[in-house]
Write a protein that binds this ligand. Structure first.
Ligand SMILES: *Cc1c(COP(=O)(O)O)cnc(C)c1O
Length: 392
């Protein structure tokens, strides 16, 4: 069992350090082992050169551990991708997508409903590097063609949009981009790679915050980037290698565990969320139900055509509450916790007092809810008591 490194002649300090390496072939479990490692060992010096030539080989922890690669392969299988990569979070997947596809002087189109940090990246860091990010109406559809310029390097879609939940006509946007040679990237976090088939819709790059539904328990951060074509895979491979965005094997193991229950969690969350949303919709205090499965949701017809279901996230706009009433409502909730992110098992609430969408008048009366796996009747009871307090 002991390897050469465990010669009893070695002093205890040496013997304590070198791994004994019990043969892993004799032990097979259903769980992917958590392989930690920065240094990856080579048998002989010639192997270093060999493995450099083939990026699929293990060389260094940053370019992949077996745990990370197992997760990346499973995400690729889920999304029907040619190749997927893992990065430290959804926002890292967004920034890496800009860096892989753009250069100084590039023009990018981003829906005005996009995840706010994506918009801040466009206005901030990217503008310093001479990349111009122009926002467009998320419901523009085929009309995007008129905004595409010779220097347009990337078109973003995010459907539904963050907070305001507009469902985009992604197939029409992709169809307009294709003949002009502009890649389309979709932030597919809401659909979890399950509820919307990005590549069938003509998207080139599909990314997810695995932090949300794949992780599913609010205890880790990871992002994925998936591409349809080998040429795009080469572009991303080179960029990601240079960016040094490594991921923790522990987080990958949590995501692998999450994947095992993804489908049943999504199904349960969909049912609970619809039940809570239907209850809220009949409340006189609620003006709009911004849930993709409700006709009030802008782009609802695209959801009906393109999605196989809905998830746990939606927003409501209260009819005529003051800012103080909205705040009292949020603060009175007990089961719904105040916090960012979504897709876990605990229900969450967030308000956006400075939001100017869908209109400056509605923004401060918008509240976003994430439904968790609590019993929906308890969640409805919690909402009811908070509405009473806000009304009083
Ligand atoms: C949460 C979120 C992200 C960012 O994910 P992190 O893992 O938190 O960085 C990106 N896009 C959307 C739509 C999100 O909701």
């Amino acid at each position: 069992m002991a390897s050469d490194d465990h010669d009893p002649e070695y002093r205890p300090a040496t013997r304590a350090i070198h791994p004994i390496s019990l043969a892993s072939r004799d032990f097979e479990s259903l769980a992917t082992p958590i392989y930690r490692g920065s240094t990856v060992l080579f048998d002989k010096l010639a192997d270093v050169v060999d493995r450099r030539r083939n990026p699929e080989h293990y060389r260094y922890g940053l370019t992949g551990t077996p745990t990370a690669r197992e997760l990346a392969l499973r995400i690729a299988a889920l999304e029907g991708a040619h190749r997927s990569w893992l990065v430290p979070g959804g926002l890292a997947a967004i920034s890496a997508t800009y860096l892989a596809t753009c250069k100084a002087g590039s023009h990018v189109l981003l829906p005005a409903s996009a995840y706010p940090p994506n918009r801040e990246l466009g206005d901030g860091l990217l503008s310093r590097f001479g990349i111009e990010v122009e926002q467009y109406d998320p419901l523009i559809g085929a009309g995007i063609a008129a905004l595409i310029r010779p220097d347009t390097a990337l078109i973003w879609c995010e459907s539904p949009g963050s907070i305001t939940m507009e469902i985009q006509d992604v197939p029409s946007i992709a169809a307009a981009a294709k003949p002009r040679g502009v890649p389309v990237a979709l932030d597919n976090t809401y659909a979890a790679g399950v509820l919307f088939d990005a590549f069938a819709a003509g998207v080139d790059i599909s990314l997810q915050a695995l932090t949300k539904y794949v992780g599913g328990h609010s205890d880790m951060l990871l992002g994925s980037i998936s591409v349809r074509e080998p040429a795009m895979a080469r572009t991303f491979g080179t960029t990601l290698e240079q960016l040094g965005m490594g991921v923790s094997p522990d987080d990958c193991a949590l995501a692998l565990r999450g994947l095992a229950t993804l489908n049943i969690r999504l199904a349960a969350l969909e049912q609970s969320t619809l039940e809570v949303a239907h209850w809220l919709k009949q409340r006189p205090e609620v003006k709009n139900m911004l849930h993709p499965a409700f006709p009030d949701c802008p782009g609802h017809e695209h959801w009906k055509r393109d999605f196989t279901g809905s998830a746990s996230l939606f927003s409501i706009i209260f009819r005529d509450w003051s800012a103080a009433q909205v705040e009292r409502f949020v603060d009175s909730l007990r089961l719904f916790k105040i916090g960012y992110s979504w897709g876990g098992v605990v229900s969450l609430v967030m308000a956006y007092p400075h939001l100017v969408r869908p209109t400056p008048e509605h923004g401060p009366r918008l509240v976003r809810l994430n439904i968790g796996l609590e019993h929906p009747a308890d969640l409805i009871g919690d909402l009811e008591q908070a509405i009473m307090k806000a009304n009083s």
